[in-house]
Design a protein around this ligand. Structure first.
Ligand code: HEC
Ligand code: HEC
Length: 443
């Protein structure tokens, strides 16, 4: 009798332990998810081509579109009347997407200058400078003059860290040269480096309600950090929509970002572009090429994270969360529906951004508002692929104007809402600081 009881009690205990064990979060799955930074759009590659790989599982017709888009993205366009790669200029910034988005990352020498007059322009966006527009085009085809060029210089400023280490930051001074009388003295200027273009299908599929929910949570939790979405004009729909792309989230959709790149960066008039009465602005590129180029960045895979099981990387991740980096650079995001690429729909992925605008303080401010973004607000940039950028691009430059030469410098420029986080970073022990930087290189 007592033996049966003992047996029963024993079995019950084993069952209880089993239930307890099953209810524990399974570290394996969690770790696997951390590696799969792009959800189903992840590829395991760390070569110089890591930002240029197609998402796994594309159908044959999608692979074909991807290839057409890749050719257009890498092609050098010419001024001639050519269906595939004509229509460049007369004024432009660069003759190919790839020259600014080097191997789909960012180039170090191609800065774009956004310009405007004080006050709001059409639909509450930046107010164009007559004869120039909202971007300074620093190149022109023969027979035309460029609108000017950017001059940059730097002066040094030093910051000290706990333990006495000193870091030199370079403070940029940017101005416009050779612009002639066209360029008014009160113009607002904002230099921009290009952004990496992989994983765009996931960012495009994050729903407005998700962004609003993140903003509400940030506002409610009582710390200094409280982001908000930008609302921008989408000429394709004729509506104000939630911004997602660009350093100030001034483009609502990936397609519009692509259309604008052809039009403004390369001087190629896209199809369906609203033209002022009587202007000679017939489309210079087909809808098929624009659509394929959009599909190309939409379906570029996200490289898997590396070394996530190393002790220092794990410790760095803890520090990243503890001092507040993760509030803006969110380790998890979810996408909604994605009609053009089903693989990007309903994914949990790790872009390390909230896609929201944050006030980053006076040192980073450009003083040039864009729709609802003030002169000191910036969209949190995604950090995925960060540890591969140097290998892919052949340089390491960070922040909207490339002023930071290292990850350490990029962090030390954080101000405004991120100021308390930056101060906690400065106070870290050398070991914790090192672990945080090691974690960033695992992205
Ligand atoms: C002259 C340089 C230049 C060229 C050429 C260029 N881009 Fe860009 N691209 C940029 C810059 C600068 C940004 C950031 C813009 C901003 O801050 O609003 C950007 C942003 C983007 C983004 C948004 C990334 C993000 O995370 O928000 C995409 C997508 C993109 N470009 C695609 C393209 C495509 C496609 C082409 C060719 C049709 C192209 N670009 C041509 C400089 C360039
Ligand atoms: C309040 C939100 C916020 C917090 C907190 C924050 N960041 Fe950022 N981070 C941004 C924004 C916005 C930018 C872009 C600023 C710019 O370019 O002017 C940025 C830029 C960066 C960049 C450069 C990315 C690139 O592509 O050039 C890195 C690296 C970075 N942050 C890491 C960190 C780390 C590490 C922490 C914690 C110590 C942190 N951030 C905390 C919002 C934040």
């Amino acid at each position: 009798m007592s033996r049966t009881l003992l047996l029963l009690a024993g079995t019950a205990l084993v069952l209880l332990l089993l239930v307890f064990w099953l209810s524990l979060p399974t570290p394996v799955t969690e770790a696997a998810r951390a590696v799969r930074a792009g959800g189903d759009l992840t590829v395991d590659t760390a070569t110089t081509d890591a930002f240029a790989v197609a998402a796994p599982g594309l159908a044959p017709s999608q692979k074909q579109r991807f290839a057409i888009g890749r050719d257009a993205f890498n092609a050098t366009f010419v001024p001639a009347d050519d269906a595939a790669r004509g229509g460049l200029g007369p004024r432009f910034n660069s003759a190919s997407c790839e020259s600014c988005h080097l191997r789909n990352g960012r180039s170090s020498h191609q800065l774009v200058l956004h310009v405007s007059l004080p006050g709001a322009g059409p639909h509450g966006g930046p107010r164009p400078i007559p004869g120039v527009g909202t971007q300074l085009q620093n190149q022109a085809v023969s027979g035309f003059e460029p609108e000017g060029r950017i001059d940059r210089s730097y002066r040094d400023s030093t910051v000290s860290l706990a333990g006495g280490e000193r870091v030199t930051l370079r403070v940029p001074r940017m101005s416009v040269a050779n612009a002639g009388r066209r360029f008014p003295h009160n113009a607002q200027i904002s230099p921009r480096a290009a952004l990496p273009v992989f994983g765009m299908g996931l960012l495009d599929a994050v729903s407005d309600t998700t962004l609003q929910a993140i903003a509400r949570r940030q506002a409610a939790d009582g710390d200094s950090i409280s982001g908000r979405p930008n609302h921008v004009w989408n000429p394709a729909t004729g509506r104000m929509e939630t911004g997602r792309f660009g350093w100030k989230a001034t483009q609502a959709t990936l397609r519009q970002q692509t259309v604008d790149a052809f039009h403004v960066d390369m001087g190629i008039t896209p199809p369906g572009h609203p033209v002022p009465d009587g202007a000679d602005d017939a489309p210079e590129i087909s809808r098929r090429i624009v659509d394929a180029t959009t599909f190309y960045t939409r379906s570029l895979a996200v490289p898997a994270r590396r070394h996530t099981n190393r002790e220092r990387v794990r410790r760095g991740r803890e520090v990243f969360e503890r001092i507040g980096c993760a509030t803006c650079h969110r380790p998890t995001m979810t996408s909604g529906p994605s009609p053009e690429l089903s693989a990007a729909a309903h994914q949990t992925f790790s872009p390390f951004t909230d896609l929201l605008l944050h006030d980053m303080g006076p040192a980073l401010a450009d003083g040039r508002p864009a729709f609802e973004a003030s002169g000191s607000e910036w969209r949190t940039p995604p950090l995925w692929g960060l540890g591969l950028r140097e290998r892919v691009q052949g340089h390491s430059e960070y922040l909207h104007d490339g002023r930071a030469r290292t990850l350490l410098e990029a962090i030390l420029w954080h101000g405004g809402e991120a100021r308390p986080t930056r101060e906690r970073f400065r106070d870290l022990s050398e070991a914790d600081r090192g672990a945080l930087l090691r974690f960033l290189r695992s992205l």
